[in-house]
Write a protein that binds this ligand. Structure first.
Ligand SMILES: Cc1ncc(COP(=O)(O)O)c(C=O)c1O
Length: 389
């Protein structure tokens, strides 16, 4: 997720312009001294147009985006929200912060939500499903959509990691009730910290907008100081500074997606003939972001050995395994109370995900890597993998 690689001249120009225009960093008001520019609004509009949805609400982080989207979709205290065991911890924190109960479902060989397990986890208290498109690849959205329709459940996608990836030709995050996006420092495009909620549903959009901004209804009949309210909200607003950077970064998305695919293919071509590894299963209709290549060994021991050898050769890995503690619920025994499980139950429940994840290795694909470096890294990796039987 290489937005950070491309922060440069264009972002600096946007920020300089913001200061030349009066330096107003708040998204609202100060109308006479901001030279007519409202960058958060511009970023929302540009983002919605780019991915093809009606509404976008900028917020302060991806974590906030998940919480705001769930609130707008009607999730309240006591509801159950189903999500996957392999995700960044924020997905589960956002559910808990709303007073809802996260129900963790194992991942399958796509390393995303297992639709078979999803169906088994539904209860009369289930309100929503949060599929998380991890590390560039879509969840099996056709199966998940079918189950959601059968049980009348809302789908809120967590697409914080996979902006630019597609499902059946369309950008991910555009077909469900709402989607949460992140622009934190490690994401596809970055604003330092920041996020977005998108939807095609006007009421969901209005609730997201109100909830993220203390309940402000943006009532056109009144100035902001006299605005009306119908719900209690909070402050999850994005600043103009973040939006200025976002505007510059969004223009780089097509380049990022194309370059990722190019670099991914160099790696993939070098690895594809090896008979002792397999690749993460990519659902048929998923066109991945290609910012990460995941291969699997047949045992966890072999995967561990490969990672040790990779590190010795100066080759890094991504979240699997190098930040697995923050991305896999099996490690979250500090939240046993909220998850409603004992430590042993947590370990037992997560066993199918553990089997998949412990034998997986994720290689980061960067935009600025040149062909010579990728080829040389791929050669080093192939030579390590050839020693595994
Ligand atoms: C899948 C997923 N969900 C949510 C988040 C939270 O985003 P943020 O860091 O912007 O709060 C992240 C960020 O790492 C993520 O990867």
């Amino acid at each position: 997720m290489p937005g950070f690689e491309l922060v440069g001249k264009e972002e600096r120009e946007e920020v300089n312009q913001l200061f030349d225009d009066g330096g107003i960093l708040f998204a609202h008001g100060f109308d006479a001294i901001r030279n007519g520019r409202y960058r958060v609004r511009e970023f929302e509009k540009a983002f919605a147009e780019k991915i093809g949805v009606k509404y976008a609400q900028a917020v302060s982080s991806g974590t906030a985006a998940i919480k705001v989207a769930l609130f707008a979709a009607g999730v309240r205290s006591g509801d159950e929200v189903i999500t996957q065991a392999f995700t960044f911890i924020a997905t589960v924190e956002a559910i808990i912060d709303l007073g809802a109960k996260p129900i963790l479902v194992n991942v399958n060989d796509t390393l995303n939500l297992d639709p078979v397990e999803l169906k088994k986890a539904i209860t009369p208290r289930t309100k929503a499903i949060v599929p998380v498109h991890m590390l560039g690849v879509a969840c099996e959205m056709d199966k998940i959509q079918e189950i959601a329709t059968e049980y009348n459940l809302a789908i809120i996608e967590d697409n914080c990691e996979s902006l630019g990836a597609r499902w059946n030709g369309k950008y991910l995050g555009t077909e469900s009730l709402a989607c949460a996006w992140s622009f934190d420092a490690g994401k596809v495009i970055i604003t330092g910290e920041g996020g977005m909620v998108t939807t095609n549903d006007e009421e969901v959009y209005k609730l997201a907008r109100e909830y993220h901004d203390h309940g402000h209804e943006y009532n056109a009949k009144f100035p902001r100081g006299r605005d009306t309210h119908r719900i209690r909200g909070f402050n999850y607003r994005m600043s103009e500074l973040q939006a200025a950077i976002g505007l510059a970064q969004l223009k780089k998305l097509d380049f990022i997606v194309a370059k990722n695919a190019e670099n991914y293919n160099i790696y993939f071509e070098a690895l594809k003939e090896l008979s002792n590894i397999s690749f993460r299963r990519i659902p048929n209709k998923s066109q991945p972001l290609c910012d990460c290549l995941i291969f699997q060994l047949d045992t966890a021991e072999k995967a561990k050995w490969v990672v040790t050898e990779m590190n010795k050769s100066g080759l890094g890995t991504k979240n699997v395994p190098d930040a697995i503690e923050w991305h896999f619920a099996r490690y979250w025994d500090h939240m046993l109370g909220e998850l409603g499980m004992s430590k042993n139950e947590l370990l037992d429940t997560m066993e199918p995900s553990e089997r998949e994840l412990s034998r997986s290795v994720a290689i980061p694909i960067l935009v600025k890597m040149d062909k010579t470096t990728i080829t040389s890294n791929a050669e080093k990796l192939v030579s390590i993998l050839k020693q595994v039987n």
